[in-house]
Write a protein that binds this ligand. Structure first.
Ligand SMILES: [Zn+2]
Length: 413
């Protein structure tokens, strides 16, 4: 395939290159350069005239719950009561929506019953359309902590991923790896969706946290930690966690600890805005709504403290929780700009920096010869108006692994 007459934003940090041709062979970018120097199309080679439109790397979302239903009013209730086969099929539906919205790589941060791992295998095998997936399997929490299914306390459901003590922490890390997880996800502090868990507090004891992180690293699995408060963020940074998710109540000290340890922040503005909207609309349980509203006024300052401290920011939306929608993942870039990023910074957070977090920077995240051909073609200048990426009428072509997976160009109708 030859894509001619593109305005290429390649994700390497250079200025956009007008009048550029990209040659794709198989699943790989083979050559790129000025239109005038481009090779002639071979017999049978597909030529796409981009007509001056922008070509960018396929987008990356580092935080979704791919098997969840964001229209369910109770996120955890859905996870714990919907049969796993139904969740798997929901995941296949969500995967296609994200792919067609330009997201060619996605990190899933937790579902139930390993439907996410099955989905990853099906996508890798080409049986189900979807973004290239990394997944954590089930998240690991502590007994009585965030997402530990709350029935009457004397009713004890079997929730093995709710640990108590370093031995159980180690067993759960090993179990996730055995089940096929690429990442380990820890729920370090309380969570908005679990009413009554303290958002700011670290719910793990030190020996539990260190046991989990040390073993995960030994097994070659990076760790993502759900954290709201500064205390949890600092402890996770010091324990060697790779990404902190949310960080809605962080402060300067937490940001400096993250910068010192090279910890990446994934701020998940979509989820925060979504749950605040749902809370104000009266669609969340009172205890959940109270917590949702409590982060509304702290998140921006917590994010800016990280930016000021030099923490690497990577983009993840937390799509799957109430108030979000699969296929609208690019709203996260709009939020990043609303919170002070330039459009180019937001794009880097959703391309090259996200690919680096995934350990996939040798394959995706930029448009360069030798990389996988994951590309999007966009009508409009995303550096002038980032919201063109969140508008499917502007997102006219999606290519993953060298194959066109969505085509909305007017000329192809
Ligand atoms: Zn999440």
């Amino acid at each position: 395939m030859l894509i001619r007459n593109a305005t290429l934003w390649d994700g390497t940090g250079t200025d956009p290159l007008p009048h550029t041709t990209i040659q794709v062979e198989g699943d790989t970018i083979h050559w790129l350069g000025p239109d005038a120097q481009a090779p002639a199309a071979d017999d049978g080679e597909l030529t796409v005239d981009a007509g001056g439109r922008w070509v960018l790397p396929g987008l990356i979302d580092l935080h979704v719950h791919i098997t969840a239903d964001p229209r369910a009013p109770d996120f955890l209730g859905y996870l714990y009561t919907t049969p796993v086969p139904d969740q798997a099929l929901m995941g296949a539906y969500n995967a296609r929506l994200m792919l067609e919205a330009g997201f060619t790589s996605v990190r899933d941060l937790g579902g139930i019953g390993y439907a996410n791992v099955a989905l990853k295998r099906a996508i890798d095998a080409g049986r189900v359309p979807g973004p290239r997936l990394a997944t954590c399997g089930e998240f690991v929490t502590v007994h009585g902590g965030h997402a530990h299914f709350q029935l009457r306390p004397e009713v004890q459901p079997h929730v093995p991923n709710a640990i108590s003590g370093p031995d159980e922490a180690r067993r759960q890390v090993r179990e996730q790896v055995r089940r096929g997880a690429d990442w380990i996800k820890l729920l370090a502090t309380g969570g908005v969706m679990t009413g009554g868990t303290a958002l700011g507090a670290l719910l793990w004891d030190d020996d539990e946290l260190l046991a989990a992180v040390r073993l995960a690293r030994r097994l070659g699995k990076p760790v993502a930690a759900h954290c709201h408060g500064a205390e949890g963020m600092m402890a996770c940074a010091e324990a060697g966690i790779t990404t902190i998710e949310h960080g809605t109540m962080g402060d300067t000290r937490a940001a400096e600890a993250m910068a010192r340890h090279g910890t990446v922040l994934v701020p998940t503005f979509c989820a925060a805005a979504g749950v605040v909207r749902e809370a104000k609309a009266g669609r969340l349980a009172p205890a959940v709504a109270t917590q949702a509203l409590s982060i509304e006024h702290t998140h921006d300052a917590a994010f800016r403290a990280c930016v000021a401290a030099g923490v690497t920011i990577a983009s993840g939306s937390d799509t799957g929780v109430p108030g979000t929608a699969f296929g609208e993942n690019a709203q996260e870039l709009v939020h990043l700009v609303a919170h002070g990023f330039t459009p180019a910074q937001a794009l880097l957070a959703a391309t090259r920096q996200a690919a680096t977090v995934l350990g996939w920077a040798d394959r995706v995240g930029t448009v360069e010869p030798g990389k996988l051909a994951d590309l999007i073609v966009v009508e409009g200048d995303p550096l002038a108006d980032i919201s063109v990426l969140a508008d499917l009428t502007h997102l006219q072509l999606v290519v993953k692994d060298g194959a066109i997976v969505a085509d909305r160009r007017p000329e192809s109708v």
